[in-house]
Design a protein around this ligand. Sequence first.
Ligand SMILES: C[S@@+](CC[C@H](N)C(=O)[O-])C[C@H]1O[C@@H](n2cnc3c(N)ncnc32)[C@H](O)[C@@H]1O
Length: 211
Amino acid sequence: MTEKNISGEQYFTANPNAEHHYQNFDFDLLGHELHFTTDSGVFSKSTVDFGTRTMLDALEKTSIPIGKVLDLGTGYGPVGITVAKAYQRHVDMVDVNERALDLARKNAQQNGVAQQVNIFNSDVYASISDKYALILVNPPIRAGKQVVTTMLQEAANYLQDGGKLIAVLQKKQGAPSAQKNMSLAFGNAQVIHKNKGYYILESTYGTNTDI
Ligand SMILES: C[S@@+](CC[C@H](N)C(=O)[O-])C[C@H]1O[C@@H](n2cnc3c(N)ncnc32)[C@H](O)[C@@H]1O
């Protein structure tokens, strides 16, 4: 996705040209006090997004298969960094926004997980060739339905057997239709947690859940 595809300055712009306005804040996620630097031109720059927090909290309510994790649409990195820290996993963190990727690298460094993460540009799955135990996504609703649907439906191609896709969406921003799309791609999709209109959806790839 390139800047010419969109009008105005959006958080999913490849190279935001908004004047820098760095912010620093601490946030407790899954029992870890983390320090984040954010900037203008990235998603939820003032604090960790409520949907993101709700998705991370939901990880404690489900089982997480062993293996590598993909943080799809990482932004400044709160999801991947928290999972690397709390679950001692290797995490690939991808985005199309170069400013967000630079912040994610800085944040991985300042939270001591730089050795556990690999941060790179990928337009949805375009630069992904691995298979993961877990794909986590707080999808970019403003990037449009096609991007969101691709993120959810094509996840099945990038999961190892028994791997999970976990996504957060607001009910009013299409959680029920996202659940249908996930169900079509995986044959299963459950709401594992709900909080203030945010749904945490989970699909498991290639399991024998219906046997
Ligand atoms: C809702 S934000 C979530 C950011 C971060 N995970 C968080 O929880 O704060 C969605 C992210 O998806 C990224 N994004 C938008 N379009 C994308 C695409 N085609 N491929 C990969 N990432 C994309 C945006 O730049 C943004 O950082």
